[in-house]
Design a protein around this ligand. Structure first.
Ligand code: NAD
Length: 327
């Protein structure tokens, strides 16, 4: 199978590619082409473990560039679309790049996928498209009510992808997942930001009173869920992928402090994010019942391994915090 992976040099995309090309008995690995613009959050260092793999090709290019996209789309059996501007705080500072990459870039990819009659298009999205939910959890048919420019641009791309299925018959599936964590996550997101700050002996900035609640999903469980949807999901459908561990940011902070041997004196309470959604929660019974999905990484073990990875990979994250590239 030939798969085009957009954004494959980022946090989740690179985990997907490393996993897909890892030796797995007699099973034939897919042939993977990564298309990535290498923005601040993408790096070929994240793909170093697969760099010499015969089934791997890297193309440095922008998903908004129709010529590049047309070239890489030819001959693909499937697309797994991760490429995006992904950080809410950056979208509050400026929405332009988010609309460009997340909405326009997705449309360029969809158009090319239709033209080249690609067999399946997996559009990777987020629980944030639903807005905030005080209690209970969203099912896949809940209305979209995004609150940040990031989530609004992702919602726009989800609707374009689903409309492309209805209008042009492209075999589209949309996945929406909860907050991912794991190795190689850019140190602007809360877990790597806090862990690396604590390793450096700095304080960590906790938004508001820390009561915001998120579900946590290990990146490898997310990748497993995406593969189940890629191979078994029904065309035109949305599938939720959850991790099963809901925590307030305050509870998460407590766990991170403990893992790093630090106390609450290292926490600085900072002004809350504008429009900060209080709680996200997904009902993922559809993927569990239809495709047999269940998260396999326990949060306790996954978090300990993630903290250990940041402890032992300072050469990866230190340059990123200084505006450079991983070593
Ligand atoms: N991280 C999470 O917790 C989370 C949760 C839900 C959904 N998602 C979604 O998963 C996907 C991947 O997220 P991530 O955390 O790995 O993000 P990331 O920021 O780590 O990686 C994004 C990648 O996309 C690339 N990219 C950005 N603009 C591009 C462009 N115009 N053309 C080509 N490549 C471009 C970047 O270089 C980078 O490699 C995104 O679509 C995001 O919305 C992430």
């Amino acid at each position: 199978m030939r798969i085009l992976v957009t954004g494959g040099a980022g946090f989740i995309g690179s985990a997907y590619v490393r996993r897909a090309l890892a030796p797995r008995g007699a099973a034939q690995p897919p042939r993977i082409t990564v298309l990535d613009a290498l923005t601040y959050s993408g790096s070929e260092a994240n793909l170093a473990p697969v760099a010499g793999h015969p089934g791997y090709t890297f193309v440095h290019g922008d998903i908004c560039d129709p010529d590049v996209v047309d070239q890489v789309m030819a001959g693909q059996d499937a697309v797994v679309h991760f490429a995006a501007e992904s950080h809410v705080d950056r979208s509050i500072d400026g929405a332009g790049p988010f609309v460009r990459t997340n909405v326009l870039g997705t449309q360029v990819l969809l158009d090319a996928a239709v033209r080249h009659r690609v067999g399946r298009f997996v559009h990777v999205s987020t629980d944030e498209v639903y807005g905030s939910i005080a209690e209970g959890s969203w099912t896949e048919d809940a209305p979209l009510a995004p609150n940040s420019p990031y989530s609004a641009s992702k919602a726009g791309s989800d609707l374009l992808a689903l409309a492309c299925h209805r209008t042009h018959g492209l075999d589209v599936v949309v996945t929406r997942c909860t907050n991912n964590y794991g190795p190689y996550q850019f140190p602007e997101k809360v877990i790597p930001l806090f862990v690396t700050h604590l390793i450096e002996g700095r304080t960590v900035p906790l938004y508001g009173d820390g009561r915001h609640r998120r579900d946590w999903l290990h990146v490898l469980d997310h990748c497993r869920g995406i593969d189940l949807v890629l191979h078994g999901g029904r065309a035109g459908e949305v599938y939720h992928i959850g991790g099963g561990t809901e925590l307030s940011n305050r509870e998460l902070t407590g766990l991170l402090l403990e893992a790093c041997g630090a106390g609450w004196d290292r926490v600085e309470h900072v002004a809350d994010r504008k429009g900060h959604d209080l709680r996200y929660a997904l009902d993922d019974s559809k993927i569990r019942e239809e495709l047999g999905y269940a998260p396999e990484v326990s949060f306790t073990e996954g978090l300990a391994a993630t903290v250990e990875w940041y402890r032992t990979h300072r050469a990866w994250w230190q340059p990123l915090k200084e505006g450079g590239r991983p070593r």
